[in-house]
Design a protein around this ligand. Structure first.
Ligand code: J2J
Length: 538
């Protein structure tokens, strides 16, 4: 059975097909069109795969999964880091129509359980080297949440759950098939602003368009040598144009486990990398490294640096071509769909000062006032959008969807933007209750709910505080029944099993939380309070 999701209204789907955005091919086409190509597609440390080998590996795994009864309409929970198996697994799942949630490697029990409860996976693929999967206790917990769970395959396992063994099985005569192009290919993770992390169904048709158009704008081709040093499971790394875009263009992807200069600079030199994608804090670290090491010679092959995921300051933007010796491209995207790019031949001023313009002529983007009415060009408002690759609803979340979309199906991203005469967008703020910690998104409500489960915590509010490196960090204001120390709060959250980046960077114990006239916690005041307190301490 196909996975239920909110479809595009029929007239829109017809138009997107007519205009050639939707081509009714499954995402497996990205790899299969290169099935006889012996060029190197993927490098992970000492291991490398040609297109032919990558496709064959995905075929073998798809057959192994098919043999175990997995089929179109099933779902999977996948948690792998930046390793070759992440790419192989994704294609194998696409080949047999199984739609995965690709959790980030930094995710812990709370996140994975929330995803499992929503998609009820029939399959789990993870890594024994992740603390959650070091033994089988957590797998039993997942099985309790998902009665359908029948297959578990683990990287770095040499027992009966070995992913490597599954990858080595012969194909035999197993027949598998991808899901139809207008069905769900996989779920992307929402940055979120609610208590439970939301999932975004993405179809083959919409996602394939976003990849092809990104490849066109960023001019990826068979000479592209892309370093993937941001989490490969993230939408940015997968599709803007990301590693899927590189594969579409028949270039080469080199994986790195993190964006640190000590790891990446030698890789860039050794692999003659010409394009990579970063978040702003990593850019700061790269600039600092070049300054300290006194040369950008290691980066000589690098031509294009994409920066996105969080606001890039104009000052930092201007330093990129000067100090790193490459061109900058700003990318303002979201896992829900819409992606904006500065164009490669744009005037440098535009590249330094805007977050680009929508990639598709049929992306409808406007700024709304508080009543949801369109504002004139140049005015600050809420980003509203719909288009051929922007979703129409979070998975199984009718109530939240009712708030996130207007009556005409426009999605409200929660970003505050200004759209210029020329259609270029500047991101100037945010309305959603979320903290953007250097590209990693924290839904305040999710952390607050976890804090409130502590026996001594009466009220909790998580707000952002400015940070030079990360852009934003998080501060938890807590009203307790007794004095609680910051370390206790963090230890508590860690024990509950939440990703490290969600742990409050700072904890403020207060007697009460300020309220707005309508009785909601006044987060604006809290943000001011913490800013003033930190200023006074300097
Ligand atoms: C300011 N804020 C930005 C930018 C994202 C490409 C690039 C990024 C993402 C991503 C992505 C920003 N300046 N340049 O999926 O395909 C903030 C906005 C946005 C939210 C989306 C892609 N680029 N943001 O970051 O789903 O607030 O996707 O709504 O993780 O990140 O976050 P996410």
């Amino acid at each position: 059975m196909a996975i239920a999701y909110n479809r595009w209204p029929a007239p829109f789907a017809a138009r997107y097909r007519e205009k050639g955005y939707w081509i009714d091919l499954p995402l497996t086409d990205i790899l299969e069109r290169q099935a006889n190509n012996d060029a190197i597609a993927l490098i992970d440390g000492e291991r490398q795969y040609s297109y032919r080998e990558l496709n064959a590996a995905a075929d073998r795994l798809a057959a192994a999964l098919g043999r175990r009864g997995l089929q179109a309409g099933d779902t999977a929970l996948v948690q792998l880091g930046n390793v070759a198996e992440l790419c192989i697994v994704l294609f194998a799942l696409l080949k047999c129509g199984v739609a995965p949630v690709n959790a980030l490697f930094s995710h812990q029990r709370t996140e994975l359980e929330a995803y499992a409860a929503q998609v009820e996976p029939r399959l789990v693929i993870a890594d024994r080297h992740h603390s959650l999967f070091a033994d089988d206790a957590f797998i039993s917990r997942l099985a309790a949440l998902s009665p359908a769970l029948s297959v578990v395959a683990l990287l770095h396992d040499d027992g009966e759950r070995s992913l490597a063994a599954m990858l080595a099985e012969p194909i035999d005569n197993v027949r598998v098939a991808p899901s139809a192009a207008d069905e769900v290919a996989f779920f992307q993770l929402s940055g979120g602003s609610t208590g439970t992390p939301k999932l975004i169904p993405r179809t083959h048709n919409d996602y394939y368009y976003s990849i092809r158009r990104s490849v066109e704008i960023c001019r990826f081709d068979d000479r592209t040598r892309f370093l993937c040093a941001i989490p490969a499971a993230h939408n940015y790394a997968m599709s803007s144009p990301g590693w899927l875009g590189v594969f579409y263009g028949a270039g080469c992807v080199v994986l790195a486990s993190d964006p640190s200069p000590t790891l990446c600079f030698p890789l860039i030199k050794a692999q003659q990398i010409n394009v990579t994608a970063l978040v702003p804090p990593a850019v700061s670290l790269w600039l600092q490294a070049v300054q300290e090491w006194g040369t950008s010679e290691a980066l000589a092959s690098l031509q294009l640096l994409q920066v996105g995921g969080a606001r890039l300051s104009e000052a930092l933007a201007r330093r990129i071509p000067r100090e790193l010796g490459c061109q900058l491209q700003q990318v303002f995207g979201m896992a829900e769909g819409l992606v904006n790019y500065t164009r490669l031949d744009d005037d440098p001023e535009r590249i330094f000062t805007t977050q680009g313009k929508p990639m598709c002529p049929d992306d409808e983007v406007w700024a709304a006032d508080e009543e949801g009415n369109p504002l004139p060009v140049g005015c600050e408002g809420r980003l509203m959008t719909r288009g051929p690759y922007t979703f129409h609803g979070y998975y199984r979340s009718p109530e939240h969807n009712a708030k996130s979309f207007d009556a005409n199906g426009f999605y409200c991203s929660g970003d505050l933007i200004v759209i210029g005469e020329d259609g270029y967008i500047r991101v100037v703020g945010r309305e959603k209750d979320q903290i953007n910690r250097g590209g990693e998104k924290i839904a305040s409500e999710e952390v607050e709910n976890l804090l409130l489960r502590h026996e001594a915590i009466l009220h909790a509010a998580l707000v952002s505080m400015e940070d030079e490196l990360m852009g934003e960090k998080s501060c938890a204001f807590i009203v307790g029944q007794r004095p609680i120390k910051a370390v206790e709060v963090r230890r508590y959250l860690r024990e509950l099993g939440v990703a490290d980046y969600k742990l409050p960077d700072r904890v403020e114990i207060v007697d009460e939380l300020p309220l707005t006239p309508v009785g909601k916690v006044d987060k604006k005041r809290l943000r001011q309070q913490i800013a003033e307190r930190r200023l006074a301490m300097k």
